[in-house]
Design a protein around this ligand. Structure first.
Ligand SMILES: [Zn+2]
Length: 350
């Protein structure tokens, strides 16, 4: 059976309406002035939301001189920049304040993603009703006769929800064995909680996921030892800090390597192969080198989006071409958006 690895980058989530990293803080601020309906869900009186908002206000004022209360349009730092500064500061200063800000930033990210995906949710059970991710899972896992593993750099739960909604068991790759479809989230996930005391990761089911019940860290205690848990969100540039999550993230990456080494075809969706992602590049390079299959590797890239210029596509294609081994077969479709691929994957792969 042909083995397929589908790599989901930020562009795939963007197709389903999730904000990009650089848009997250703006999206959070917008979600705060949205309709009453959303306001009720993120109740202003709820101490969790109030604290997130207060901590974020203090952080932006203190670090960037941004007054979030002012309606003037602001140039925000990216999510990764903000979190990155705190990661590094926390590693040498280690203050409680830094952790508070980090929690607030992660929570605001979750709130921003949530509010932008609001229209895709079911009122009653809070599940995502429809998404391109769902179409992809349906079209690929059931109908293509291939074995599929998913790799993702996204923290959101679009792929998780797509698999859950079809009653599939997700294997996040925290151990060497494991059953179900592998969904290897290389930079962490909004529904993972890590206990620093006993080193275990707990996974919250996607149906329960909302910032409301997930990111109120004070409300979450480890099921094994009762200690407080933290989020597992690892921005790419600060990846060396993955050791703080015990062996869990290392195993996720080992599983990713194993999937890639055995793949006949790697399909890369919504990912522009940025310079900064040296860890992803190394993973891809090592798996080209360690290849276990007799046939040459096929790599397909689908990364179309509105307003993308020919020049951008040429640059992107050359980034892939110069990096990949010369016996790897590249099928570059920088003009095909994730949604088109999700609707008819076989049309673009065979
Ligand atoms: Zn514990």
């Amino acid at each position: 059976m042909e083995r397929l690895v589908v790599f989901l980058g930020a562009g795939a989530s963007k197709s389903d309406g999730a904000p990009l990293q650089k848009e997250l803080f703006r999206a959070y601020m917008e979600s705060m002035d949205e309709s009453r309906e959303i306001q009720t869900r993120y109740d202003e009186k709820n101490p969790f939301y109030k604290n997130v908002k207060m901590d974020l206000f203090t952080f932006f004022d203190g670090y960037f001189g941004i007054d979030l209360g002012c309606s003037k349009p602001m140039l925000f730092p990216s999510f990764e920049e903000a979190l990155g500064i705190l990661e590094v500061e926390g590693s040498y200063a280690g203050s409680g304040k830094v952790r508070k800000y980090k929690d607030a930033i992660v929570a605001s990210m979750a709130l921003a993603i949530e509010s932008q995906l609001e229209h895709k949710r079911n009122e009653d059970n809070y599940q995502i009703i429809d998404s391109y991710h769902k179409q992809l899972v349906e079209n690929l896992c059931d109908r293509s006769g291939r074995q599929v593993d998913f790799l993702s750099t996204n923290y959101d739960l679009l792929a998780d929800n797509a698999l859950f909604s079809q009653r599939r068991i997700i294997n996040y790759g925290f151990s060497r064995q494991g059953h179900g479809i592998r969904l290897l989230k290389l930079h962490g996930s909004m529904n993972w909680l890590y206990c620093t005391q006993c080193g275990c990761i707990q996974v919250k089911e996607a149906a329960d996921i909302s910032a409301n019940n997930l990111l109120d860290f004070n409300a979450h205690k480890c099921e094994k030892c009762g200690s407080q848990q933290t989020s597992v969100i690892i921005p790419p540039t600060y990846f060396k800090n993955f050791v703080q999550y015990g062996d869990n993230i290392r195993r996720v990456w080992e599983n990713a390597y194993e999937a890639l080494v055995n793949a006949d075809h790697i399909v890369i969706c919504g990912y522009s192969f940025p310079h900064a992602d040296i860890h992803i590049k190394t993973l891809l390079k090592k798996s080209e080198q360690g290849r276990m299959r007799p046939e040459p590797l096929k790599v397909s890239v689908f990364n179309g989006y509105e307003g993308k210029s020919i020049e951008e596509m040429e640059k992107e294609e050359s980034r892939y071409l110069r990096f990949l081994r010369k016996d790897t077969i590249l099928n570059y479709r920088g003009d095909v958006p994730f949604e088109a691929f999700a609707r008819a994957p076989r049309q673009y792969m065979d």
